[in-house]
Design a protein around this ligand. Structure first.
Ligand SMILES: Nc1ncnc2c1ncn2[C@@H]1O[C@H](COP(=O)(O)OP(=O)(O)OP(=O)(O)O)[C@@H](O)[C@H]1O
Length: 311
């Protein structure tokens, strides 16, 4: 658990993070959004002490981070940034091995970990391990950057616009990878982004910053139902609200009894995908299949319209 308590940062007379308090549950994904210059990166960097706060404190699993040496914190906490920051003269394998080596892991454990991560990110270890960063595509470098941040099995991963430079297809894939990894390792992730779609797609809780202040810290559905200020509402995008709500919930929650014609949709799919399919195919209802593949009922346009409103 990360407890941020009344943290502030000032440069001269300018306060860029202003009295922010928030508690981040272990094993959750928190996404920080806000306008440019609102203090998101500064807040993130105070957690691993790349920036020292002017006042306030941060506790990581009960331990004040001010009492932990910065180099020690950076070994414990994964950090992935836009542009990935790979060491150009080290191979992919050596880049990923950076922190485990600093921690003095035995070589066979390091090799096994590098191979595990490359496989996890769908980069063939034999082909990619020996390459240098300039021999990778942008998307591959990005994945290596995240793999490196995860190498020493950190409980906490800080990510600053990690997918900012990726094209939409690779970005969606990278987001899926991240969710899979988070599930696999139970990592606590704090991620900064400008992309609200990404925020709603990944977050257990979203933190909205403006002018150094934390305007709202809530689950995506709470934020959609009751944005704290007009600024939060405009950031979410008024016209996007029903679609974001549908995207948050699985078809499973909108299943009705009865039959329907044509290709079924999985109960795990999002309600937004179901609505898109209904609109696109001009059908009034889709059959829904459960985990066992058997038809569990149907989902209808009318049923989904009811779901696209706050409870
Ligand atoms: N070392 C520094 N000295 C002076 N001002 C700084 C310093 N670092 C950041 N700032 C200022 O602090 C404010 C917040 O910066 P920060 O990088 O945290 O914002 P951000 O929300 O991450 O912005 P962006 O979305 O553009 O990346 C900005 O106005 C920035 O100019």
């Amino acid at each position: 658990m990360i407890e941020i308590d009344a943290i502030s940062k000032a440069y001269g007379d300018v306060t860029v993070v202003d009295n922010v308090s928030m508690t981040i549950e272990a094993g959750s994904i928190t996404v920080i959004v806000g306008t440019s210059g609102s203090g998101k990166t500064t807040l993130l960097r105070m957690i691993n002490r790349l920036v020292e706060p002017t006042s306030g404190s941060i506790r990581i699993d009960g331990e004040d981070n001010g009492a932990i040496a910065p180099h020690e914190l950076r070994r414990r906490i994964g950090y992935a940034i836009q542009g990935h920051g790979l060491f150009p003269h080290r191979t992919v394998a050596d880049n990923i091995a950076t922190v485990p080596k600093l921690l003095g892991w035995p070589q066979d454990r390091i090799d096994a970990r590098v191979e595990e991560l490359l496989n996890l990110f769908q980069l063939d270890p034999a082909s990619f391990g020996p390459r240098f960063p300039h021999e990778l595509s942008g998307g591959q470098s990005q994945r290596v950057g995240v793999a490196r941040a995860l190498a020493a099995e950190p409980n906490l991963l800080l990510m600053d616009e990690p997918f900012g430079a990726l094209d939409p297809v690779i970005r969606a894939k990278a987001q899926d990878d991240l969710l899979a990894i988070q599930k696999h390792f139970g990592t606590t992730i704090i991620l900064v982004t400008h992309d609200m779609e990404e925020a709603f797609g990944l977050a257990d809780r979203i933190a909205v910053m403006d002018g150094g202040r934390l305007l709202q810290y809530a689950t995506p559905s709470e934020m959609l139902a009751s944005p704290a200020t007009d600024f939060v509402a405009s950031l979410i995008g008024t016209a996007e609200r029903p679609f974001r709500l549908l995207a948050l919930n699985p078809v499973e929650r909108a299943v009705e009894p009865g039959a329907a014609e044509g290709k079924p949709i999985s109960a795990d799919a999002s309600q937004r995908d179901a609505l898109a399919e209904l609109l696109w195919s001009g059908r009034p209802a889709l059959p829904v299949t459960g985990k066992d593949g058997a038809v569990a009922g149907r989902v209808t346009v009318d049923g989904l319209l009811k779901q696209a409103r706050p409870a």
